[in-house]
Design a protein around this ligand. Structure first.
Ligand code: GDP
Ligand code: MN
Length: 373
């Protein structure tokens, strides 16, 4: 789970890491006094995705009216498909230098790694390798002074600043451990009037360690409205970027269907795993959901075991009779009660396939012409 910047900054502030003075607002009417109080400041979009600055989600203001207008505009933004939840308004701090600092769990070496670089403020992926310090940390030993010393050296910090860095790093590592973080990033860590200040904060916590999360950890819903709806229906649903909607019954058959679509030059828009034991009502709701995603074609691939082919056929015909399905649907149906299911569909004028290849080729073909059935 990702945390919002304002949440990460609260955690950092509580742990004693210097962050700019700021407040988060979800309703702008409440922000006016704070903006007036600051006079000059920064407005920052609160979204879970990165790269807000480049997308226009971080803006500086030098007088209150400008701040109010910026906040209004940023509040209305959608950044990389994500609606802005609120704005963090902060004092403007003079920046002498932008540094990069992060901790992440490197699965390959099974250890946390400390990353530091003088080139802060930009994507770390774009910084040349030789400008980056990577220090694996033995979790049984923890973060020690020598880690801090090496980091200070790499960042060119000496004397009091090296001391500030050392204290900041230890607090950062404590947060990283206490919150079961996978990533904790400060980019940029700024040098401002002789102080190191975390101007940004990013954190991802490990969902598999949920049972060890601290009680005060905020919870952020990361599912899309459709994913939530699928959860209510009781099927797994994942959004992708193509144009064919896919329904299958079981994780393995679903993945194989996606592979075969790719193999024949198509691209799935989403997939739904209705599981081994989906009933007719669930199937109908699930199909409704797939139709609502406006794909160019729908591919239903059912290998009937516990799921009965006649139930699937009934569900499909229920939806088809209740409303018009505006896209071509290709059904592949084999297994338990196959003959009954196929006959029901045939009677209603719906062709079904027993060969998966044929069905996939047909669905991919429809997605290319975007055409009519
Ligand atoms: P990101 O693009 O989502 O990573 O957003 P950041 O919080 O990192 O902000 C992007 C850039 O805005 C930073 O690298 C800084 O250059 C600038 N910025 C952010 N806060 C301040 C501030 O308080 N003062 C000044 N002068 N610049 C800031
Ligand atoms: Mn940043």
């Amino acid at each position: 789970m990702k945390l919002f910047e304002y949440q990460v900054k609260k955690i950092m502030r509580d742990a004693g890491i210097p962050v700019p003075r700021g407040e988060v607002f979800f309703e702008l009417a409440k922000a006016e006094n704070f903006i007036k109080d600051l006079q000059a400041g920064v407005v920052k979009a609160q979204v879970l995705t990165g790269g807000r600055g480049k997308a226009g989600g971080v803006k500086l203001f030098s007088e209150p009216l400008e701040g109010k207008t910026l906040a209004e505009n940023i509040m209305k933004m959608t950044i990389k498909g994500e609606k802005v939840l609120g704005v963090l308004i902060e004092e403007k701090i003079p920046i002498e230098q932008e540094l990069y600092l992060s901790l992440f769990v490197d699965g390959r070496i099974k250890k946390p790694v400390l990353i530091a670089s003088k080139s802060g403020g930009m994507d770390i992926e774009e910084v040349p390798e030789e400008q980056i310090l990577k220090l694996p940390i033995d979790p049984l030993i923890g973060l020690r002074n020598y880690h801090a010393n090496l980091t200070a050296q790499k960042l060119g910090l000496t004397g009091d600043l090296a001391g500030q860095l050392s204290s900041l790093l230890k607090k950062l590592y404590t947060i990283f451990q206490d919150y079961e973080a996978e990533l904790l990033e400060i980019n940029p860590l700024v040098l401002s009037r002789g102080k190191l200040i975390a101007a940004d904060g990013k954190m991802t916590v490990d969902d598999d360690a949920r049972f060890r999360w601290p009680a005060d950890l905020p919870f952020n819903e990361e599912k899309t409205p459709l994913e939530k709806k699928a959860e209510e229906i009781g099927v797994s649903y994942v959004e992708l970027e193509g144009d064919i909607a896919v329904m299958a019954n079981g994780a393995g058959i679903t993945m194989a269907t996606l592979d075969l679509i790719a193999h024949f030059g198509g691209s799935p828009k989403n997939f739904m795993d209705a599981g081994g034991g989906a009933n007719a009502e669930q199937m109908a709701k699930a199909l409704d959901l797939l139709v609502s995603t406006k794909p160019k074609s729908i591919l239903i691939n059912i290998f009937g075991g516990i799921t009965r082919c006649d139930d699937v056929a009934r569900a499909y015909l229920t939806v088809k009779n209740e409303r018009e399905i505006p896209v071509p649907v290709v059904i592949r149906l084999v297994g338990t009660n196959e003959e009954i299911g196929v006959a029901m569909l045939k009677e209603a004028g719906v062709e079904s396939f027993s060969d998966l290849r044929e069905a996939v080729i047909k669905a991919v073909g429809f997605s290319k012409v975007g055409g009519d059935n």
